[in-house]
Ligand binder design. Structure first.
Ligand code: FEO
Length: 404
């Protein structure tokens, strides 16, 4: 038996990807459960490899291809996305399989050239273009900036299958290949984390794409992404969750993110949580000593409020807080209410600097930055609770205005 067997996805589509059990840092994203790099083989008249895998996993992919067909029989290779977790093996696959044609989007052709300096032709596929595989046909949709300028997806009509590239993916290593073989709560958690950390900045484009797909009336029974399981049971569910995440409607949840030097800012955070709860909001406290920035982003995805606390150190905000704010700013969360707070000793700039960052992120500040000198006393803690309450009240107004 081959150590690396392909897995049949539909009548003529096979999963030939690779499983990365070890990865924990995916460009700054904590991939606690590893990931998969999915590639697919379409066994049509023109044998077609859809995407490849990260370079160190090339042999694993080629072994899986070989469990179905001799790699030299690959006629076409389609690259939906040039990021190297999917294209890293492309040059060596071209070398090993000598396919008749290699395809990418118009931007993909340029990106692949700039990555790999290939001296062979890559054929550009336009938005809406159909590619005949003989007895099957792929239709391509450009999905620019979802999440790179070159990204595209394709629809294999005969199998009612979408090759969704990074879309509807998640970082989850598993021997199981289908959504119905895995714990639904893990799938919800990892899909949300993936959306929050990769797709959130492009939510407006996600909304437009989902509307376009709905207009096209595509009959979809399988979604085959390039990371994580293939969706064959909960296709409507994952599309619905993406629609909801892209909308970012306000909710009565507040993420309270902070770090602390001597537990004073932590004490403020806990008092603020009390005020939030008294006002009917659900508070999720995220001490940065114990919360990775990518897990903070996941909590912010379905939150209506973001409150950030930092002690002042050398006239600055705490480095962990600066790291997290820089990361969150890039993800461009929308429709948030918020506030800044922090303990200080003698200069106390941090809370103000945090408030400036939140304002730059278009977070609607519910109050002036709340600063407490050294250790908060009862009166200071009461002010913290009031801050939480005022954020909760603002959230209520926003939720009512949005019909939530
Ligand atoms: Fe999984 Fe954007 O690469």
């Amino acid at each position: 038996m081959n150590s690396f067997e392909a897995v049949k996805i539909t009548d003529r589509v096979w999963w030939v990807g690779a499983i990365d059990w070890a990865i924990r840092n995916f460009h700054g994203y904590l991939t606690s459960r590893g990931t998969t790099y999915n590639a697919y083989l379409v066994m049509a008249d023109k044998v077609t490899l859809v995407d490849t895998v990260k370079r160190p996993f090339r042999d694993e992919m080629l072994a899986r291809v070989a469990s179905v067909v001799d790699p030299s029989k690959i006629d076409y290779v389609v690259s939906h996305h040039s990021e190297m977790d999917h294209s890293g093996s492309l040059p060596e696959v071209i070398e090993a399989a000598r396919p008749e044609k290699v395809f990418a989007s118009t931007n993909g052709v340029k990106a692949l050239r700039d990555h790999f300096h290939l001296d062979r032709e890559i054929v550009a596929l336009k938005d809406g273009e159909k590619l005949s595989l003989g007895d099957a046909e792929l239709t391509f949709l450009e999905t620019k900036m979802l999440h790179w300028p070159d990204s595209m997806v394709s629809y294999l009509a005969g199998e009612k299958l979408v090759f969704s590239q990074d879309g509807f993916g998640m970082h989850l290593a598993s021997t199981e290949r289908f959504d119905d073989e895995l714990d639904p709560s893990v799938l919800r958690q990892e899909a949300a984390k993936y959306y929050a950390n990769i797709l959130l900045p492009f939510s407006t484009l996600v909304t437009k794409l989902l509307a376009r797909v709905a207009e096209l009336g595509l009959d979809i029974s399988t979604i085959a992404p390039d990371h994580g399981p293939v969706w064959r049971k909960d296709v409507a569910g994952i599309i619905g969750r993406w629609k909801k995440w892209a909308a970012q409607e306000p909710t009565m949840k507040a993420a309270v993110v902070y770090d602390s030097m001597w537990q004073s800012t932590a004490l403020m955070a806990r008092a603020i949580a009390g005020g939030l709860a008294a006002g009917g909001a659900s508070a999720k406290l995220l001490p940065l000593s114990a919360s990775h920035r990518s897990d903070v982003a996941t909590e912010v995805l379905d939150a209506g409020a973001l409150l950030v606390g930092s002690p002042t150190m050398n006239n600055q905000m705490f480095p962990t807080v600066a790291d997290c704010l820089t990361y969150l700013k890039g993800l461009k969360p929308k429709h948030l209410v918020g506030a800044a707070f922090g303990s200080y000793g003698w200069s106390g700039e941090a809370a103000g600097k945090v408030a400036e960052e939140l304002a730059a992120m278009k977070v609607e500040l519910a109050a002036e930055p709340l600063k407490v000198r050294y250790v908060p006393d009862e009166a200071a803690l009461a002010k913290c609770a009031e801050l939480g309450l005022s954020v909760a009240e603002k959230l209520k107004e926003k939720c009512a205005a949005s019909g939530g």
